[in-house]
Design a protein around this ligand. Sequence first.
Ligand code: ATP
Ligand code: MG
Length: 481
Amino acid sequence: MAGANRRQVGARNIADNTPKLKWLAIFTRETSRAKLNAHRPRSPNIMIVLTPPRPVLEIADALEDAGYEAWCVGGAIRDALLGHPDLDWDLATSATPVQVREVFGSRRTIPVGIDFGTVGVLDRAGTMHEVTTFRRDVRTDGRHAEVEFGVSLNDDLARRDFTINAIAYSPRRNEVRDPFDGRGDLARKLVRAVGDADARMREDRLRALRAIRFAARFGFTIDPPTYAAIEASAPFLRRLSPERVKQELDKTLEQVRCPSSAFMIWQSTGAFGALVPALGQVAPDALRVCDYLALPGPATRPARRAIRFAGLLLSLGAKAAEDVLLSLRASRHETQAVATLIDRWQSHGPTIADALVSGGSIANVDVRRWVAVIGRLQVGPFMRLATAVWHAARNSGVSAPPAGAARSLYRRMLRVAFHDPIDLAALAVDGDDLRRAGVLPGPGLGKILQALLAAVLEDPDRNTTEWLLREAKRLHAQHAS
Ligand code: ATP
Ligand code: MG
């Protein structure tokens, strides 16, 4: 639910025994909010005041006006209480999916997951918000669940995975429902399964990976019984679909600032051993490389995530990294981007590092040759990866190029990439020109073009039609004799 006009949320701690939660203030359009809030009771027992964005309030109000309960649930409440501003507000309701569609009409609703009770409701700006009927899992096989509607909010909260994800807030009643002390666990910085941890992991093995992600993302510990249940889950994780596993890795790389804290747990619990055996035994230093790669932002997500994947899989080499991504059903585009980056790193990373560490001046011709191999558009990702590898190495006491040297090389590479002729397309002649000059078509012509590019990389002033045709004829004659 990307909300273009979504506002931040406010959470206020007004009780002594609640966590020290951040007070996030966002008050735009106070007048309309005052109107919306006018019929909400003010109870002295309310422990936390949350402020969902206006479109969510309007949807909740419409459901309540029609006689149904509407509660904000899950990740948004947890994140709001932690003071995280980027929020995805989901609603849970006593209305069935059919009733939700009746309240909002078919033009404003999308049956996004009707079998599981989820209806997408469009707000006035056309942004979709998920509204899910209170439900209970009646049958599960570790991968799929069969759900039953017509249950209470408390039943719905009980089927949620962790206590910190099982807190609900009703804007109409201004009431928090927190039957498993999720707020206490937020304060204790604890990821704890709702109910019996073993049973909950058996119902859905993905929860093991979700627990690890939440712990790493928020810097929480995993409650010992929950941790033991994750370890016990490891042999069964292979039953998860590769797509769900890939999505967990994606979210880990997208949400967790230092993903190695998650990957160390993937390793120690046996999750890597089961799901990505190639990473089962790699050294901690190798897992730490992605900690030095920037967290992807909304606009840079796929590209930055690919670089983080390259950081994670770097120690395996290009071929094994490609195999891992194929086994996880990554897109062809992402697989290729990651494998190519690792391949370029393997072929040129050590040479570039040696040149920078030696401290001598680096010739322009070397920079041009490196950029030619790396590729004009790959200079950015390559140098981000290089900088991360070197930073990680320095932090573990291994000699590596200093940050300043890497930065100035990056600037030189960018200049070269966008000013100098570094690929065949930038040469002042092409195959047709060579054919007209008498070079016979075939593999020989391709070799001559490559030789011309090498000559131009050595000295860009040679990139004139006259010089290149003369050189081509000379090479052709040499070849023919
Ligand atoms: P994020 O979106 O940041 O990954 P989230 O907690 O919002 O975190 P979602 O996958 O969006 O996670 O799910 C929303 C809510 O649905 C969760 O907070 C949790 O209450 C519930 N939930 C999601 N996945 C599961 C699961 N596998 N088992 C039980 N409850 C789940
Ligand atoms: Mg979410």
